[in-house]
Unconditional design. Structure first.
Lengths: 295, 269
């Protein structure tokens, strides 16, 4: 056979092999995490682990509810801040801003996205936490150190701004000018056109942007760890400290071998994170598919 | 005062003298990113008739159409000098309110762009924006306009279905109904049939001919046969200038200008 054809075939199978290695990694991580979590799961039923709220490794109590709730609170707060802000900011950039401003802002977003998370953490500690503790919490008559899920949510929101805004801008730019003209020519204002036509038409893409933001928020570790307070309790208000799952793993990784079942518990935390992010992406993919099918 | 006898036949003068023209363009110059797209346009568009703007690609016909409802100013680097009077009111005056101007004109674009909502909501969109909340009235408007464009029988069972499910010809009629629902006085068509099949094209053309008794219609087209079929007046634009304006048969059968002659014979396209 011609050597060129053989080479072509070799390349094809090598590339396929490399692809399967990459995919296999994901599977391996899942299998590895499950294997390592088994000792904990054999010790206690999974339902109990997930709903138990007492966390004291020394006594052998591994209740994960505080960490799950910590993650949920922080993620939810960050989305509550980031989604409306990013939607409106990108609508402004696409529909109102001058070309000049747009060219200035979009590269700036990429710079923001490239800032290492630890710097956001430092900013959180030096700025967000004191402001919450000195000014915001007293307004509600609450005494708080500032290290709280609120601080985590704010820092996280700022961290997901760049990715959300740049994707949302890209999505909004795909809306055809003629569709906007159709609305404008009926006498609609720009604002009416944005809310009733542009954002509606862009919804699947905007959801995708939010999903990417959420995925980032779930997994973000260091910045959140620095400002959340890391107390294993279920947060009851914005100003309570929380302890998100990634922070749990990062904080205790060093000492996990010294206490029985502790390593297994941390691996279970990792598995939990893995499953949540995986499941979330799956569900959102399904939503996206359905929305796309509709249009 | 600028005079422009060259562009007015006796008939158009008579018409413009009878009633205030819906649209009157005075010394209009449009620049886009430094390029002089429209040059010294002076024109009165006759009421209750169809005027077709013809000319080769890139001559400025679409820009001319879009200056009439100020959609042109949404573009980048657009500079406009001169005035466009709609019912005697200069739409480029500093205090002119753009949504109010656009409401007077229905736009039918090249391809149909149904809004991302149901068939009913598409037609009700305009009236709702302009403050109509009464459900019974909205229902009545929607039915009336859908009947107007001959779509009612085809869609009455699925008014709540997404408008994107309609065929492209139906979508274009829906867009026309949507435009008519805000009670415009003028209909602007930008090569409105270029994406349609022959039968849908004919439906739209017949609709426009029927609608001209109530509306002043301005169409941009690059199909001469269409211009001949539907229009009462023809405006030939070349390189951003008005070359000839007159009754359809005069311009097409007996063009005065050498360039018009060449275009009509198909030497320029």
């Amino acid at each position: 056979m011609d050597w060129r054809l053989i080479k072509d075939r070799i390349v094809k199978y090598t590339f396929a092999f490399l692809l399967f290695i990459a995919l296999g990694m994901v599977l391996l991580i899942f299998v590895g995490l499950t294997g390592k979590s088994l000792p904990l799961l054999q010790n206690e039923p999974i339902g109990q682990i997930l709903t138990e709220s007492v966390w004291s490794p020394l006594k052998g109590n591994f209740g994960f509810l505080p960490f799950i709730m910590g993650t949920v609170w922080v993620t939810f707060i960050s989305l509550l801040i980031a989604v409306p802000l990013c939607t409106l900011a990108s609508a402004y950039l696409v529909e109102y801003a001058s070309e000049h401003l747009r060219r200035l802002v979009l590269p700036l977003m990429n710079v923001l996205a490239a800032i290492p998370p630890v710097l956001y953490g430092v900013w959180g500690v030096l700025f967000v936490v004191p402001v919450l503790s000195r000014y915001v919490a007293p307004m509600f008559g609450i005494d708080s150190s500032g290290y709280s899920v609120f601080a985590g949510g704010i820092v996280l929101a700022v961290m997901i701004f760049p990715i959300m805004i740049s994707i949302m801008v890209q999505v909004l730019q795909t809306i055809p000018q003629d569709l906007k003209s159709a609305s404008l020519s009926l006498g609609a204002t720009k604002w009416e056109t944005i809310t009733k036509v542009v954002l509606v038409k862009a919804r699947p893409g905007l959801i995708a942007a939010v999903v990417l933001g959420i995925s980032r928020a779930f997994g973000e570790t260091i910045a959140v760890l620095m400002v959340c307070g890391n107390v294993p309790q279920i947060p009851k208000s914005l100003f309570d400290a929380g302890y998100p799952i990634p922070a749990l793993i990062a904080n205790n990784f060093g000492e996990m071998m010294s206490i029985p079942l502790y390593d297994s518990a941390l691996m279970f935390a990792a598995l939990l994170l893995f499953v949540i992010i995986f499941g979330f992406n799956l569900i959102s993919r399904l939503i996206l598919n359905r929305l796309e099918g509709k249009n | 005062m600028h005079t422009y006898p060259r562009f007015e036949t006796e008939e158009t003068q008579n018409i413009t003298q009878m009633a205030l023209p819906h649209i009157e363009i005075k010394d209009l110059n449009v620049f886009i990113e430094g390029q002089h797209i429209l040059k010294d346009i002076n024109l009165s568009i006759p009421n209750n008739s169809i005027t077709s703007i013809i000319g080769p690609s890139g001559c400025g016909k679409t820009t001319l159409l879009k200056t009439l409802n100020r959609l042109v100013d949404d573009g980048k680097g657009v500079e406009i000098k001169g005035s466009v009077l709609v019912n005697g009111e200069d739409i480029y005056a500093p205090h002119a309110e753009v949504t109010h101007i656009r409401k007077k004109m229905g736009l039918l674009s090249q391809r149909p762009f149904p809004l991302p909502m149901s068939i009913f909501d598409n037609v009700a969109y305009g009236p709702r924006i302009h403050g109509e909340r009464n459900k019974a009235i909205l229902k009545q408007i929607v039915e009336q306009q859908l009947r107007n464009v001959g779509l009612w029988e085809e869609v009455k069972e699925r008014l709540d279905a997404s408008a994107t499910g309609l065929s492209i010809g139906q979508q274009q009629r829906l867009c026309l109904a949507r435009g008519l629902a805000v009670k415009p006085e003028i209909i602007l068509g930008d090569e409105s049939t270029s994406a349609l099949d022959p039968i849908s094209t004919q439906t739209i053309e017949n609709l426009l001919i029927e609608l001209k008794k109530d509306y002043t219609i301005v169409l941009v087209t690059h199909i001469l046969r269409q211009a001949r079929r539907v229009s009462d007046y023809i405006l030939f634009v070349y390189n951003g200038e008005i070359v000839e304006f007159g009754k359809t048969e005069d311009v097409l059968l007996n063009p005065q200008n050498e360039i018009t002659k060449q275009y009509v014979k198909g030497f320029i396209s």
